[in-house]
Design a protein around this ligand. Sequence first.
Ligand SMILES: Nc1ncnc2c1ncn2[C@@H]1O[C@H](COP(=O)(O)OP(=O)(O)OP(=O)(O)O)[C@@H](O)[C@H]1O
Ligand SMILES: [Mg+2]
Length: 926
Amino acid sequence: MGPPSSSAGPSAFASGGVLLGRATERLALDRLLAEARAGHSGVLALVGEPGIGKTALLEYAAGGAGEMRLLRARGVESEAGVPFAGLAELLRPALQALDRIPIPQAQALSGALALAPASAQDRFAIGAATLSLLSAYSDDGPLLLLVDDAHNLDGSSAEALLFAARRLVADPVALVLTVREDEPSLVDGSDLRVLRVGGLDRADAAELLRSAHVTGDAAERLYSATGGNPLALLELAADAGQVTVGPADAPVPLSATIAGAFARRVDALPEPTRRLLLLAAAGDRRDAAGLTRAAAGQGLDLAALVPAEEAGLIQLDGGGVEFRHPLVRSAVYARATPQERRDAHAALAAALPDRDVDQRAWHLAASSVGPNEQAAAALHHAGERARARSAYTVAAAAFAQAARLAETPGRRAPLLVSAADAALLAGAGDQALALLDEAARDGGEPAAVERLRGQLAMRRGPVMDGYALLVSAAERLAPSDPETAVVILAEAVFSAFYAGNPRAMAEAAGRASTLAARVESRRAHFFAAMASAIALVLEGRGDAGAAAAREAVEILEGSDELRDDPRLLTWAALGPMWLREVDTGRSLIALAADRARSQGAVGALPNVLTHLARDQVTTDQWAAGEANYDEAIALARETGQRVELAVALAGRAWLEARMGREEQCRRDAAEAIALCEELGMVTHIIWALQALGDLELALGRPEQAAARHEEQVRALARQQIGDVDLMPAPELVEEYLRVGRAGDAAEAARDFVARAEEKGQPWVLARAARCRALVAEEGGQADFEQALELHARTPDVFETARTHLAYGARLRRLRQRVRAREQLRTAIALFDELGACSWAEQARAELAASGETARRRDASAVDQLTPQELQIARLLADGMTTREAAAAVFLSPKTVEYHLRHVYQKLGIRSREELAAAFPQRFAGS
Ligand SMILES: Nc1ncnc2c1ncn2[C@@H]1O[C@H](COP(=O)(O)OP(=O)(O)OP(=O)(O)O)[C@@H](O)[C@H]1O
Ligand SMILES: [Mg+2]
């Protein structure tokens, strides 16, 4: 068999450049490109066994690019340790558009690609920037992105690419990637469109073989032996005579067979040629100069490669070596003895300039037998550099490999801890856990190991394991580093909050306060105050809790350093949440969300958005709350944050209950409960129970509602959660009264009123006043009026409307029709505005009973918007530009415009002014 017959490049087809067969695949690719030209982005992953023809199809796509500009990259194993190697290769031509993307994103990307000083970011920030860059570059015309062997991309590049690919919608961009089946890759578990590439059919296989001068029986036998794998056909054609073929239907391990064929050809080469090939296989294909130096280091001359070229195994162009096929590279590497391989890596390491210090580190590592401190130190630094550039996957691998090479457990353990920390930042929980186990065995710093284990358990459950580990870590650190100990204790308080364990919360919060009192540190004081606030509130000491929350908010608002600390994003949102007052610190929640968005802190967003949404659901901003829950849930799923997912689902279920959306509410509550049970979370099971009870009440089924709310009361008692805000007594009072259990209603009201007075905050006092009014013997009008006054001091319009409804119903029964109608009309207007449809219906029924019919609210056009359309419409209505909105929700400006067109169509509007009018803002800062 001769060399490849085409000189058009390394990937040209052996059959003379003609792509045989592949009608389906061509069609799919043609369509993908045509759609991209027309402004509809598309992604296609070609998946199949080695040699099946994936790269050939990629070349077909390249051939059809026409005026589309090409961006290409190829995953190479030897570059898996270089942070963002693949992404840098792919994006190089697009970097000219860097000054057209949002500045924080441009900075993140430049740092990641080593074009600017490194700055560690959220792991998804680079993906967000990649999307923006591709979008900006495609403003000048359509793009075709081709990524060959994507399974070999460095993990950080793969993640960024996937993040961007999933969000390409309305830009003229097509992405085609190839992946070997059975190799782990970014395609796994993603929703990327996959096309499986199978063998050629019999006729095409026969034609391919004719080009290699194999026909008749021999061709038929080869076809059944290879299943039409073109590379196997071509390679085995060379020794068609000797092919022994198993039963026609028995699967042949093809890559082994093909590799075997290549290996025979490698073995036939002269020894210097083989050694040079090995250097080329182990090294960087683009670095011709490095190869020359490494060869010289081994006393070899590149001229000795010619026999390999003549044997059709490689092509030499521009001094670089291109292997005929990736399997040749594998075969060359596999044929060498372990010592030959180590020598090759040593020679490559010695030949690399300082610029390639990361690759040098990996070559050093591969050149060592057993421990090697020099290599370990080099990889340690490589890990630090990767981490500084937000390439956490790469950093974890480098630290872990450094640990393998370290000479003593004392050196090994801290490297394993660093590896685990990076793995945690990379979102690789299982890997982090395994590394921590190793670190513990090697005597790793117990406080560090426990803290990371605790943080992991806090995110993945069981959450009380997280608590125990964090507390223990904090105690170890307390004598030497009380400030950090306080921060860890605050994390522990949160774990116990998820677990619904107020006693554990109180213990850790108390300890945090004691430690904080000993140090002059605003940070420590903030965390201690916040931890105390949460613990006190959940325990039922609302007044003290509110004071602590206020203190925390003040510390934060008074310190630029703390306010600007990205690590405090999620904490900043907490204070206001626990206060439920109209003004206190509410802007902090929105600020935290804005920060997370502009920094591309995608990983922090599920938590921050859930806080924001929960806050909005207790104001009149339900639509915004819904959009934020939707986004939080989608991002939590995408980033694998199951604890956050459970919280957001339980929260959304509650909103859906208030809206009377039965099916969605039940679905979200069920998923939340299942997750909570698995992760040991109790507080959010209680939220879900509350949602289910509120749903029944909203739907006018008091009996079922009472059963759910009683379940909630029992769960609260079991957990000794005393937070009166979580008590469904006001709902129970209504339910009992409706089913004729007046005695139970009175008792529930009495108990609740007492507790509400202890807490003394307007939100709960208003609910208590409504309870008193509901069970009052005489009319209860004064209590209703008082409830309304208290409601006016909180932003929770829904609660206000509920009181108007109850008041109106009472007045109607007292035959004060005119006053009743006033209350009921207000209730209807408020419920309608919120979108509390079933409650609005109940209020309408009352009004009808008073002899007046309210016009039914037209199904609002806003209701027909998808969650994403709603989110975008709101951001634009708030005054953001298209570009700002795009950056905020991690989409391209064109995709934002695309959604906006749908919004305009659905709402029947034509301008931003009309849009703003359709989304009135009652409370600023949301
Ligand atoms: N449809 C085809 N018609 C003619 N030749 C083909 C066809 N498909 C593949 N080939 C040839 O078969 C060989 C293997 O194809 P290719 O390199 O595309 O496989 P691959 O799936 O990319 O393999 P790997 O997973 O190893 O990268 C190449 O020489 C290619 O030119
Ligand atoms: Mg290929």
